[in-house]
Design a protein around this ligand. Sequence first.
Ligand code: HGY
Ligand code: MN
Ligand code: MN
Ligand code: MN
Length: 434
Amino acid sequence: IRLNDKFGYTPTQGHQVWDWQEALAQHTDAGYVGTGQLTVTYLTDAHLACARQIQADMLAAGCDSATIDAVGNVVGRYESDSYPRTSDERQSPISSKTLLTGSHYDTVRNGGKYDGRLGIYVPLACVQALKAEGKRLPYALEVVAFAEEEGQRYKATFLGSGALTGDFDPAWLDQTDADGISMRDAMAKAGLDVNAIGAIRRNPADYQGFVEVHIEQGPVLNALDIPLGVVTSINASVRYVGEITGMASHAGTTPMGQRRDAAAAVAELILLVEHCAAQDGDSVGTVGQLQVPNGSINVVPGRCTFSLDLRAPSDAQRDALEAKILTGLRLICERRGLHHSLTRTMQASAAPSASAWQQRWEAAVTALGVPLHRMPSGAGHDAMKLHTILPQAMLFVRGLNSGISHNPLESTTSDDMQLAVDAFRHLLHQLAHA
Ligand code: HGY
Ligand code: MN
Ligand code: MN
Ligand code: MN
């Protein structure tokens, strides 16, 4: 089946053999619950349905265990060949030097079905193949479906992978969503034990490294007509939410020169971001959200809230862009007699791939006869969080439709996804014989 024809085929129920691509397609059905759009935000019903589906898929693929941890990550393990078989030895510690892999299962609102979850199902396809061949690796493979990467419902980007690296911020618990529900309450409702979050932290000494497969989310591989790409570094990023306040006034009687229009200031900010990022050439800047709270058609906006997302290949370039934008915002507000407040909600350093792991992906891609293309990642990924405790490298899979992403048009082909599985299997095999 070509997954992007998903809606053209009816999954056969009661499949004897677990078909990973079908599972990926069916799994996303859970994410459409209620809205008809794929919106899997943290701890919503769709999110919990997806977690249960992934847990079932991990076991169907052949994982020895699949558990949901205290922040909602779904953790599947395929134990090493040194793993004791008898049940009473099941409590043995993690076999030395587990290989960690995975990606996130939350989505942006009305997102695509491959962003994140492709990096969960490709390793599960490898587990399935190993199980079918009755093979074990000399190391355990731990596949984690991270619960929250996008920071949609709460401003808690990389919450899932951050719990593994010890970066869960307890302040997140008191954040409330658009309906005023705190993360703490959402966790309690989902049956998650807030007190067990600390235990999620991984000891880096137990792991050899982290690898992540992800759809490219950009046009490069599509334009080159190459199915796989090896990531050299993940761009540095910083995110803010802000508010500009001026004075609401009558749209008909307030002369243009006497307005304190908050939305006009944000409009100026957007053009400044566009100009400064474009000037760098390889920086990007986005104001993705802009709201006039309680705005009216005939009222000059007295308040305007907005988001800001700035990224660049290096921390220094990101910082320079950030400084320009923050200074520009201050000058815009001074000139217009407005006040502004900004809260930084995320900052992530550039995450260069560990050369040994990048080379493993390069060897795998080359072994398949796929032309080797090295490339930076403009998108952020859980790998940049794991980067803080483990050596990491990523493999990109070509997207269709010029790699559009964070959009229902996001798609790839069965063949390209299978190539990613073949590359991953090659990496696992090479590691087993290293
Ligand atoms: O925004 C990003 O770069 C990622 O998709 N979370
Ligand atoms: Mn994303
Ligand atoms: Mn992603
Ligand atoms: Mn061999």
